[in-house]
Design a protein around this ligand. Structure first.
Ligand code: SAM
Ligand code: SF4
Ligand code: SF4
Length: 333
C-alpha cells in the first residue's frame, strides 16, 4: 500500500545524505568561523545499509533517489553506492547534487556506475563573489571545469543550483543565466532559506522569486511553462527565443509544502520528514537490532502516515522548529 501523510501527500522522493562533511564553507550553509561538529565516521550508515533502506522505501512509493550531503563526492567509494542504487528495480531516477569541485576526477566513474542525473551548485561566475560565498575555498573556474567534465561524461543537460542573496550575488545572476542558457543547462535559482541555525538568515537578505524572474526577463524574456510532474519543486520558465529553460525554487515566498513528497535520510541513519525538522527517526538502531524488511517497512509507513510537516507555509518564529532546526549540511539539501 502507498501511504499518505496527514495532509494527503504521497511519498516519492528520497534524499540521501552520505556525509555531513564538506570542503566548502558556504555562508548560507556552513559559515566559516562557526563550529561544525562532525559525526564520528563509525556512525555513518554503510552503503549496504543505505541500499537496504532505499529498497524497503521503494515498496512504499519511492521512485526517485538523490545523493547529497555535505559534499557527497568526499565519501570514499561513492560510486559503489551509486551502482547499488542504480540496480534497484524501483528507482527510476537516480541523481546527485554536488558542489562540483571533485567532478574533474569523478564525473566519468559516476556515469559508469549508473548515475542518471547531476545537479551542480554554483552561485556566481564572478570569482570574487563566488569565493566570498564559499568561504574563500574554491574558484568558479574549478567548478566550471567540473561541469565540463560532467558534460564530457554524458550528463547533459545539467541542473545548476544558485542560491541568491541580496547584496551578495544578485547582481551576477543575469550573467550566470545567460552563460548556462547558451550551453543548454538548466539553472535553478533558489531563494535563500532559513535552513539550520548558523547562517544568520534574515528576510531582508532573500531575493524573491518574483524579483529574480523580473531581473532575467528584462534582459532575456521569459514565459512560465508547466511542471514536469506533480510536486516538482522548481517553477519552470522558458526563454521566449526558444533557447532553453530555467527554474526558480521559491521556498520562502511561494512555499510548496502542499505537494512535498520528500523524505530525508541523514548520514548517521536518521529519517526526517522535513528539511526544517528537529528530530529524525533513528534507523541505524533499528537496522542493527535485526529488524526484518517487513518490520522496517511498517515503521517507515507509520512515520510517513504521521507526518504533518509544512514549515515553509508558516515559518513560525515561536515554533520550537525555529530555534532547533537541523543544519542543512547534515540533512542534505
Ligand atoms: N554540497 C552539495 C552542494 O552544495 O551542491 C550538496 C549539499 S547542499 C546542502 C545542497 C543544496 O542546498 C545546494 O544547492 C545549496 O546551494 C543548497 N543550500 C544550502 N543552504 C541553503 C540555504 N540556506 N538556502 C537555500 N539553499 C541552500
Ligand atoms: Fe558544502 Fe554544499 Fe553546504 Fe556549500 S551548500 S557548504 S558545498 S554542503
Ligand atoms: Fe517539505 Fe518541509 Fe520544505 Fe515544506 S518545509 S516543502 S514540508 S521539506
Amino acid at each position: 500500500m502507498m501511504p499518505q501523510d496527514q495532509l494527503g501527500r504521497h511519498l516519492r522522493d528520497l534524499r540521501i545524505s552520505v556525509t555531513d562533511r564538506c570542503n566548502f564553507r558556504c555562508s548560507y550553509c556552513m559559515p566559516a568561523g562557526q563550529p561544525h561538529p562532525f559525526l564520528p565516521l563509525d556512525c555513518l550508515l554503510s552503503f549496504d545499509e543505505i541500499t537496504r533502506i532505499t529498497e524497503v522505501l521503494t515498496g512504499l512509493g519511492v521512485t526517485k533517489a538523490r545523493l547529497t550531503g555535505g559534499e557527497p563526492l568526499i565519501r570514499p567509494g561513492i560510486e559503489k553506492l551509486v551502482a547499488a542504487l542504480a540496480d534497484l528495480n524501483g528507482i527510476s531516477d537516480l541523481a546527485m547534487i554536488t558542489n562540483g569541485y571533485f567532478l574533474p576526477k569523478k564525473a566519468k566513474s559516476l556515469k559508469d556506475a549508473g548515475l542518471h542525473r547531476l545537479t551542480v551548485s554554483l552561485d556566481s561566475l564572478d570569482n570574487r563573489v563566488f569565493r566570498c560565498m564559499n568561504g574563500n575555498l574554491a574558484d568558479s573556474q574549478r567548478v566550471l571545469a567540473g561541469i565540463a567534465a560532467a558534460e564530457q561524461a554524458g550528463f547533459s543537460p545539467l541542473k545548476i543550483n544558485t542560491v541568491v542573496q541580496r547584496g551578495v550575488n544578485d547582481h551576477t545572476i543575469v550573467d550566470l543565466a545567460r552563460y548556462f542558457k547558451d550551453r543548454g543547462h538548466i539553472v535553478r535559482f533558489i531563494e535563500y532559506m532559513d535552513a539550520g541555525t548558523l547562517n544568520g538568515w534574515r528576510m531582508e537578505n532573500v531575493v524573491s522569486a518574483a524579483e529574480i524572474v523580473a531581473k532575467i526577463d528584462a534582459v532575456m524574456p521569459l514565459e512560465p511553462i508547466e511542471a514536469n510532474y506533480h510536486g516538482e519543486v522548481a517553477r519552470r520558465y522558458r526563454y521566449r527565443d526558444g533557447s532553453g529553460e530555467m527554474g526558480i525554487i521559491a521556498s520562502v515566498t511561494q512555499p510548496f509544502c502542499g505537494a512535498c513528497n520528500r523524505l530525508r535520510l541523514s548520514a548517521d541513519g536518521r529519517l526526517y520528514t522535513c528539511l526544517f525538522a528537529r528530530q529524525g527517526l533513528n534507523i541505524r538502531e533499528l537496522l542493527r537490532r535485526n529488524n526484518s524488511d517487513d518490520d522496517l517497512a511498517s515503521i517507515f509507513m507509520a512515520t510517513w502516515q504521521n507526518r504533518t510537516d509544512h514549515y515553509s507555509e508558516t515559518r513560525d518564529k515561536t515554533s520550537p522548529h525555529f530555534q532547533e532546526k537541523i543544519e542543512m549540511h547534515y540533512i542534505g539539501g
